[in-house]
Structures are given as C-alpha cells and as structure tokens.
Design a protein around this ligand. Structure first.
Ligand SMILES: Cc1ncc(COP(=O)(O)O)c(C=O)c1O
Length: 358
C-alpha cells in the first residue's frame, strides 16, 4: 500500500474511518428522530460516498446543480431533489431529466411557476420557505406561500411535492434554538396550507449545525444535512462535532522560510483551501499537531492565502509536511479532482471528485 509520506502535495486526504463513522451517526440520528435522510451531495461530490449514504438508509440525495443531478442519475441514484431555486434557462433540461428519474424541483417565485406551467411537463415541485435564514424562500406567514402552493397543486400537470427549507442561520446563532425554530415554522406553515385544503406530502428541513443539535422533529418528514459527512473547523467551533471527527485535511509542504521572516510558505493556497474566512478571523485553516488525537497547533495557522501560496503564522523548516484542517470542507473539496482515501498512514484508495458545472 502507498504511504502518506510518498504523496505529492498539495493533496486532499479523506480519512475513511472518520467518514464512515460520520455517515453511520447521522443515519442513526435520522432513524431516532423518525425522519428520512436525504444527504446533500454538494459537500462531497463523490459517487463512493453517496453509495455509502444510500446503503446506510438514505432515502435519496439532495443536489445543488443540474450537473450533480445528471451525474448521480447516471450512476444509478434515482431519487433526487435539486434544492436550489430553479434556474429558468435550464428548465427544459430539468424537465428532460425528470422524465428519467424521480427529480424534485424547487421554486419560490411566481415567474418560475408560470414557466413551469407553460412547459406543461409532469414534474414534482417543492416550495421553498424562508424559516429565518432570509436567503431565499417565501415568507411562511405571508400570502405568497398559499398562492404558490395552490398554483402548483392546481396546475394540470405539476405535482406539489411539499415544503422545503434550509436553516443556514444555524451557522450564526444558537444551533438548538435555530433548529427548533426551523421545525416549528415549517410545521405551522404546513398546517396553514392543510387548513386551506392543500395536501402537503413532505416537510423537508436541515443544515448540519441544526441537525446535529435538534432534539425532536415531530411534524417533519425529511432532513437534508450535507457537511456532516466530512465536517470541518467551522463545525468544531459551532459544536457540531469534535476535531477528531473531521474527515478531510489538506496535506501540504513547507516550501520557503526566509531567514528574516517570522512566517513560512506552504503549497496550500486559495486553490487548495478556498478563501472561506472561517469562524471570525481564524485564518484559512488550522494545522494539526497530532492528527490521530485530533489535536491542533494552538498558535500556528494558515494566516493568509494567495492563489497557490499559503502563509503560515510561524516558522517551519522547508520540507516539513503538515496536515491542514479546512475552514469549510465543501469549498475545499471543490478545489480538488480526487480524494486520497487514507486509513492511518496508508493510502487505500483514490475517489474522483465530480466538480464540473455544465
Ligand atoms: C438548500 C440546502 N439544503 C441543505 C444544505 C446542507 O446544509 P449543511 O451543509 O449545513 O449540512 C444546504 C447547504 O448549503 C442547502 O443550501
């Protein structure tokens, strides 16, 4: 077996044992909470990981682009939700794919509903509700939610698939409080539609910080966390996981440490780590002191990044190899073409990261 020591850097490492434990834990959690799990695949963009999620009981997958929807459909995943407001210019392609696999589309605007009605295609349409994140979605207490749900349910060929939301504000507030608010807002919204005579077949919620905190999900049918498969530094600061649960790291080499400088340069810049700022001014990645123990260097971090250069906050000898914990694993993964799958110090496999966009 190849060893970590022999890998060229920068390399994206995926710890197989940690990944599998994370997948099992969330699958168990969904069962305990009595909801279906539809993991968001944009985090990993990887067939091998999605297969493991489905084997552990995931009902289907969530995707964020049409590329991901087509990719997973091609590899035999036949129950997908494109959890992104439908892009009008891609309607014909979405309808074509919905004719081949079970594909839920998401809207929150009358313009998109009108385009769907005009396409006269038999597609399942979910309504996006704003549960407090204020990014996209209709106001659960306003008039649009009733009008749009009635419009979808009443359109000759459309099928109303239910209500969907995303608690992205759990990244900024108290995780348990946000998760409870998300659930309560959605349950009340579904009750409002039902009182108006609209059948609501599904209530779908979730983000990783909310779903790792929530105590009950009565009235909810499905959760869609994504990041939990890999976790990252941000999730450790939020309290969603421990450092030793984080399954991806970037292996990097020290390439320069000028005599007069109080920094060193590594080959993990923005095109390896991304430029996600992480939790308030913590730099662009934390350095492992002891990977297996899940211990981070207290004072050393990736202080800044340019395209290929990463600047460490302290000196390190040229040739040293370090493992960096990303701020945001979803964005770091999207910088690489493959995972080096590792167990301990052995590289046991290589899995493709499907990061295309067409
Ligand atoms: C619509 C939607 N659903 C689910 C998720 C998964 O959230 P997380 O990555 O926090 O698990 C996201 C993430 O951005 C999302 O945008």
């Amino acid at each position: 077996m190849p060893q970590l020591d022999g890998l060229p850097t920068p390399a994206l490492l995926l710890d197989l044992d940690r990944l599998e434990a994370n997948l099992r834990d969330m699958a168990d959690r969904a069962r305990r909470l009595d909801v279906s799990l539809r993991p968001h695949s944009k985090t990993h963009k990887c067939i091998e990981i999605a297969r493991r999620q489905v084997e552990l009981g995931a009902r289907g997958l969530t995707v964020s682009t049409l590329y991901e929807a087509r990719l997973f459909a091609k590899h035999g995943f036949e129950d997908l939700t494109w959890a992104f407001p439908l892009v009008p210019a891609r309607l014909a392609e979405a309808v074509e794919l919905a004719g081949r696999v079970e594909l839920g589309l998401v809207i929150d605007a009358p313009e998109t509903l009108r385009a769907l009605e005009a396409a006269r295609a038999p597609v399942r349409v979910l309504l996006k509700v704003d549960c407090g994140y204020h990014r996209a979605g209709v106001d659960p207490a306003g008039p649009d939610v009733l009008e749009l749900a009635q419009g979808i349910a009443g359109a000759p060929r459309l099928v109303f698939g239910g209500l969907l939301t995303h608690s992205g504000h759990a990244y900024k507030g108290n995780r348990l409080a946000v998760a409870g608010q998300e659930r309560d807002v959605m349950v009340r919204c579904a009750e409002r539609l039902r009182a108006a005579g609209i059948e609501v077949p599904l209530v779908s919620v979730g983000s990783t910080p909310a779903m790792t905190a929530i105590d009950h999900l009565e009235g909810v049918d499905e959760m869609r966390p994504g990041n939990y498969a890999l976790y990252d530094y941000t999730q450790t600061v939020l309290g969603s996981c421990a450092v030793r649960d984080c399954a991806v790291s970037v292996l990097t080499s020290v390439v320069s440490c000028p005599r007069a400088a109080d920094h060193a340069v590594v080959d993990a810049g923005a095109l390896a780590m991304s430029q996600d700022p992480g939790p308030a001014g913590d730099g662009f990645g934390r350095i492992f002191a002891d990977y297996q123990a899940g211990r981070l260097e207290p004072d050393l971090r990736l202080a800044s990044v340019s395209q290929e250069h990463g600047i460490l906050s302290g000196r390190r000898p040229v040739g040293d190899r370090l493992r960096v914990l990303p701020n945001h694993s979803c964005l770091t993964v999207a910088q690489f073409d493959e995972y080096h799958v590792v167990r301990g110090t052995e590289v046991v496999d290589r899995w493709k990261i499907w990061r295309g966009r067409d």
